[in-house]
Design a binder for this molecule. Structure first.
Ligand code: NAD
Length: 425
């Protein structure tokens, strides 16, 4: 049976990693105490956020911050604005952040935030009041050494700017290091060069470090013969499209929440971006065939990149996947049942906690630059990002071979070992 609750999936992932680890290594390194502690967040905060709408009425929104673990550093993770955001989704995302920061070996713990809202239904002024309201309700629990939020689905550098401004006012701290309270800010407001592209860029570095092991060539050597389908065209998917295309890969399919498009001969991302800007969506783009999101996931491509939301590959459709490799740029796109089905069919899944770690790695660079009053070049940022992700990708690949398991279990095992060391449990 497919489980659509992301938190239940995250808990299953913890237990599966523990079981594989002790069976394969013949010793219990990942203790029950560790797994039990990781199954519970340090703190879960639910708040009511009253927002005055433009018509003068007041609407209350539900907001959350889950601080999962600070065993390795301050809580770190994005804030999502989405109608489906709820405490279980935020719990799962926070747990994955702890694992991700440990996989990337950066000095951060895991947290996540959310607001249950359709942001498209709000005016810009209302969106600003909601963003400030989230901080107003939570600022005592945030701060550069405590908990450092960032963008996620439907939250942007501009929103981070409003949130930081509200945090500085509330805490009466306008020092330059107080900018480290939020990452993913605009560059003019203390953001890091390279942060906007970082998740897509990091995904590409991880892919590039592993592709040969899965028999996939470079885009340039294959003269565009390596095909890629990407689900989601937001911050992550949009940049991933650009970066893969720039490296000579053929993007044959793309999608957003309104629909998907396919062209066997390849799509031109720049043209599509321009179309999307004008029409608000990919739907109706004339130079490609319209397909459904389900069809996109089942395309015969070399690389399938889910970059939208959770639970896209499930027990119901994993059997239809024909890609050679799945690169998870979204969080939680594959359920545990789908993991098993894909592993049994020799389709490797590069897990979210490795593949999309680029965002939080460069967020950590931004935090460090703010604390030290520095500004690093984009070249430096990308060089450091590549070093970290290529090293950790190779490490996790080797651990998967050692443990005779899939990359997700190996990545969770590595993360749990590191967190276990910090917690001494
Ligand atoms: P975003 O809001 O910028 O974009 C989301 C995209 O997904 C949009 O293009 C939207 O149209 C599309 N989408 C929504 N529902 C869809 C559906 N059913 N089918 C196809 N497309 C759909 O968000 P984002 O920041 O790009 O985040 C995307 C994913 O990446 C999320 O899972 C997020 O948690 C994860 N992620 C984001 C970052 C980051 O730095 N922003 C870092 C790591 C992971």
């Amino acid at each position: 049976m497919q489980n659509a609750n992301p938190f239940q999936n995250a808990l299953a992932q913890l237990k599966r990693a523990q079981a594989t680890h002790s069976t394969s290594s013949g010793q219990v390194v990942l203790t029950d105490t560790l797994v039990e502690r990781m199954s519970h967040a340090d703190r879960e905060i639910s708040v009511s956020i009253p927002v005055v709408l433009d018509d003068g009425s007041t609407k209350i929104f539900e907001g959350y911050r889950v601080q999962h673990s600070n065993a390795r550093g301050p809580y770190k993770g994005g804030v999502r604005f989405h109608l489906n955001a709820d405490i279980d989704e935020v719990r799962a995302l926070a747990l994955w952040m702890s694992m991700k920061c440990a996989v990337a070996n950066i000095p951060m713990g895991g947290g996540k935030g959310g607001v249950r809202v359709d942001p498209k239904s709000l005016s810009k002024a209302e969106l600003e009041r909601l963003s400030r309201g989230w901080v107003g309700a939570l600022w005592r629990n945030l701060g550069p050494r405590v908990d450092v939020p960032a963008p996620d689905v439907n939250t942007t550098p501009e929103i981070m700017g409003w949130m930081l401004d509200e945090y500085q006012k509330r805490s009466n701290d306008f020092s330059s290091s107080s900018k480290a309270a939020f990452t993913g800010k605009a560059v003019a407001n203390g953001g890091s060069l390279g942060r906007d592209k970082a998740t897509g860029q990091g995904g590409f570095y991880v892919f590039d470090a592993l592709r040969e092991k899965f028999g996939i060539g470079t885009g340039v050597d294959s003269n565009g013969g390596v095909t890629v389908a990407i689900q989601g065209m937001g911050n992550v998917g949009g940049h991933a499209v650009e970066i893969f295309h720039a490296h000579g890969y053929k993007i044959v399919a793309m999608s957003d929440s309104k629909g998907a498009i396919y062209a066997e001969s390849g799509l031109n991302p720049e043209e599509i971006e321009a179309y999307k800007k004008e029409h608000g969506s990919l739907a109706g783009y004339p130079n490609a065939k319209e397909i459904s999101n389900a069809e996109l996931l089942a395309l015969k491509v070399d690389v399938l990149v889910p970059a939208a939301l959770e639970n896209q590959l499930t027990a119901d459709n994993a059997g239809a996947v024909q890609a050679k490799l799945v690169l998870e740029l979204a969080n939680g796109p594959t359920t545990p049942e789908a993991d098993d089905a894909l592993f049994a069919r020799n389709i490797p899944v590069v897990p979210d906690i490795l593949a999309n770690a680029g965002g939080v790695v460069v967020s950590t660079f931004e935090w460090e630059q703010n604390l030290k009053g520095e500004q690093w070049s984009e070249e430096d940022v990308n060089q450091k990002l590549k070093e970290i992700l290529a090293t950790e990708a190779a490490h996790i690949f080797a651990r998967a071979a050692e443990l005779k398991t899939d990359l997700r279990r190996a990545a969770f095992a590595v993360a749990l070992e590191r967190i276990g060391t910090a917690l001494k449990v």
